[in-house]
Structure formats: C-alpha cells, structure tokens
Design a protein around this ligand. Structure first.
Ligand code: SF4
Ligand code: SF4
Length: 458
C-alpha cells in the first residue's frame, strides 16, 4: 500500500519560526526498554570506570596529550605509533558502517553515551521529580510557585551533579585520574587553568544533557547525516508496518490495526512519528515499539505493528545478510583487523633514531685524529628498563666513545644518547667513511647501522 507522506518539512522539535518545542517523552515499559535499561546501566559503568582502573600501573585508557602518549590496556603508544591510532579509527569507522548496514542506528539507540546518560540518568531524575509527560507539561505551563521553583531547582542541581561526573570522567580520559583528583582537591587560585577547564566542560555537558538533548543527535552528530547512505532496503531497523496499520483510525469501519492513538509519538525522545517511515531524527531507541506493543495488547491485536523490520520485510520478502556492502565491509574488516594484529604483535618496544647534531660536522683533534659527534634517540615503550650498548667493528684504530655503556634506559622513557667516533685522519682520503655500528639491547644484537663519518679530505 502506498503510504501518504506526512513527514513535516522542518524538524519535529522546531516550529515555523525556528523556535524549539520541548519534547516530553512518555515514560514507557516493555521488552526492549527492559533490555536497554540493563544494557544502559552496564554501559554507564563501562564508560565511567576505565579512568579508575590500571593495568601494569598505567590507566586502562588515557589520551595523554601534553606528554603525547596514548595508553591502551597497559601499553603506551608514542607519536611514532600514530599508525596504530589510524588503524583503530579506521576499524571503529568500518565497524560502525557494518553494524549500520545490518541494523540501522543501533549504536545511537543502544550504546551512544549521549542517549544512555540522557535516557537512563537524566530522564529518570526528571520522571522522579516532575512526574511523567502530562505532569511535566502541566508543570511547565503553570506559574512559578514555590513548589515549581523547588522541583526545578532540585532537578537542575541533580543534572549539574550528573554533568560534573560525566565531564570529569571525560577529562580523566585525557589527564589521568590522579591529576584530575589533584585539580578537584586544590582551590581554584592554585591552578586557574585547570579550574577554568573543568568549569568549561561542566557547563558544556550540563548544557548538552539538560537543555540541548535530542538536538545534539539532530543537528550536531555527523553520523545522522550520512546514515542514509549506509542503509539499504534490507537493513533491519525500527519500522511501522503500513500494510497492517493502514488505514488508521479509531472508527469501527477502519480496517487497519493502527488506532491513531499517538502513543508511539508521545514515547519518542526525538518527537517524530515513526509511521512516516525511516527518518533522519530516528535514533533507533525502540521506545515506539514498546509503546505500540502495549496498545496492541490492550486492543487484543498481535504485537509488532511497530517492530524491527527491513523495508523488504515489510513487503513480505526475506532480507538477506549476504549482500554486496556487507561482503565488502566484512572483507575490509577482516583484512584490516588481521593486519592490525600482525603489526601490533611485531611492534618494536625499543626504537632508536640516529641524529647528527647541528653545527660543524667534524672536529680536528691532536695526533691527527678527527672526531664526529652523533646522538642516538632512544624510545623505550616497554614497561621495563633495557640496557642499550653500542659497538663498532670497523677496526681497532677507530674509537667509539659512549659516556655510559651499556646505557640503562628506564621503562617508558626517551633519551638522547650522545656518542663520539674518532678516526685517524689518514683513513679519510675521500673525506667520508662508512662505519658499521651495532645496537645491542640487553646484549642481543638488534640492528646494524651504517653511519657516515665526515672529515677533511686529504
Ligand atoms: S521513532 Fe521510535 S525508535 Fe525512532 S527515535 Fe522515536 S521512539 Fe526511538
Ligand atoms: S502506538 Fe501503534 S496504534 Fe498507536 S498510533 Fe502508534 S502505531 Fe498506531
């Protein structure tokens, strides 16, 4: 059946003058809400806990921007490891494409921190203090009485508390929990920068969670913009079944199952009507499924007028998992994941880079000797120290001078090891001499480096 389009020309929560309508989603219960609630609280723990946990004395996850280190599950990634971050971002993006092609915006509705905190923390506080949708609408329309002022004040104080927990956890992912606790416990005048930073993020998260809410998904999040390019007619998402539901209405001669009660719309956190088909504002939260199932149970009709379904499924065709985009995503995911694992397993824990310091390339010494100054930049990404030793095998008359050999390189550190080479002048007929240098780590030969010694040509 061809469904008449009732999609409005502007966003549901914005009127013709551009003014925002506040959305009051009805509190609902049902199969999907129960599963989402349990998963939501589990995810809240998963999102809040990592900064408090340590592996090998390091945070589980920390993006330490000042020290230019990325810590992941007890391993430190340095700026030289940027390729691993690129791998992680590509994999996360591909996985999101893959999951969207299969199940639409399942990430938005089931796992996105914005939805989870809004739905299972902020909205629960709101229902608890102001009551369900009708009571909230009534309260907002009522004059400012002491009761309304106290309800609104308590609600926003609790919102601020939640925003403080979320914003500080967000910061802890960058600063580490110890620095953050130190910032929190010291008075603002001891570290104004830290204080202003915390205040900025507190107000930002408070504004987002308490006021901006569903507009973040509609107006800011880029994922909503390109999701329509990722789904196809076989993608399973929250759908209304017009074949079963239409023609809608409450009159006895109407034959469709939809009684036009608008329970699905009242439950929707973005204020849309799922009966208008797949829409940009739909975050796939399943609230409308539970709302409609309750109505179907009440009017003794089978559940599932709004359900997880594909466009083809609504037409009675069985959707297939094996389709070109799914095959391509699976292929890319397999190749990139296996390459990532291989690269990760072969990642050198100690890296070195030969540097020739600026200035004169050589120094003439007494007894017809020429000296060159070099530096070996050492990076120990390992959580244990290593002994670094240099050796040269060019001949007994070439002298290698290292201030400390072997050099004890501390765990998780970098060091610029300066060293000198001295060569008799008569060996430098062309002004250049290749000298093989060996780098030993814990007395195991790691690499042969051919360095070029420069001197005056005879
Ligand atoms: S239409 Fe349904 S699934 Fe989509 S956002 Fe609204 S309630 Fe959630
Ligand atoms: S809840 Fe179900 S019956 Fe009521 S308007 Fe929505 S689709 Fe129709």
């Amino acid at each position: 059946m061809q469904q008449k389009s009732r999609v409005p020309k502007s966003l549901y929560n914005i009127d013709a003058t551009g003014k925002r309508h506040r959305i009051y989603p009805q509190d609902i219960t049902g199969k999907f809400t129960r599963i989402r609630t349990k998963l939501g609280y589990l995810l809240i723990i998963i999102y809040l806990l990592p900064p408090w946990l340590e592996i090998n004395g390091l945070p589980v996850i920390q993006l330490n921007i000042p020290d230019r280190q990325f810590i992941l599950f007890g391993s430190i990634f340095w700026p030289q490891d940027v390729q691993y971050l690129v791998f992680i971002f590509i994999l996360a993006g591909l996985f999101l494409f893959f999951i969207t092609a299969l199940f639409g915006r399942v990430w938005c509705g089931w796992a996105c921190p914005q939805t989870i905190f809004l739905e299972f923390v902020l909205r629960r506080i709101e229902y608890w203090i102001e009551g369900d949708r009708p009571a909230q609408i009534k309260l907002d329309k009522s004059p400012w009485t002491p009761s309304k002022i106290s309800k609104k004040s308590i609600k926003h104080l609790l919102f601020l508390l939640v925003a403080a927990i979320v914003s500080n956890t967000f910061l802890a992912y960058f600063t580490g929990i110890n620095s953050l606790l130190q910032w929190i416990s010291s008075p603002p005048w001891e570290n104004w920068t830290a204080f202003l930073f915390m205040l900025f993020f507190l107000l930002l998260f408070y504004f987002d969670l308490a006021h901006f809410q569903e507009q973040y998904c509609n107006l800011v999040c880029p994922y909503a913009r390109f999701q329509s390019a990722l789904i196809d007619s076989q993608t399973i998402q929250v759908m209304y079944d017009p074949l079963r539901g239409e023609p809608r209405g409450r009159k006895s001669q109407v034959t469709g199952d939809c009684i036009d009660c608008n329970a699905c719309t009242r439950a929707c956190p973005t204020g849309i009507d799922i009966r208008n088909g797949s829409q940009l504002e739909c975050i796939g939260c399943t609230r409308c499924i539970d709302a409609c199932d309750r109505i179907m149970t009440r009017i003794k009709k089978p559940k599932g007028l709004v359900r997880y379904e594909s466009e083809q499924g609504l037409e009675g065709k069985k959707p297939s998992i094996i389709r070109p985009r799914i095959v391509v995503y699976t292929l890319f995911l397999t190749i990139i994941t296996s390459s990532f694992i291989w690269v990760l397993l072969n990642r050198p824990l100690v890296e070195y880079q030969l540097i020739r310091p600026k200035g004169s390339p050589y120094t003439l010494l007494a007894q017809d000797q020429v000296s060159n100054h070099f530096s070996l930049r050492l990076i120990n990404k390992d959580l244990k120290p290593h002994q670094i030793r240099l050796a040269q095998q060019a001949g007994a008359d070439i002298t290698l001078i290292v201030p400390l050999s072997p050099y004890p390189l501390k765990a998780n550190s970098t060091y610029q090891l300066a060293f000198f080479l001295m060569v008799p002048r008569d060996k430098l007929s062309s002004g250049r001499l290749k000298i093989p240098l060996q780098v030993f780590i814990d007395e195991v030969l790691q690499k042969n480096i051919d360095l070029v010694f420069i001197g005056p040509s005879s």
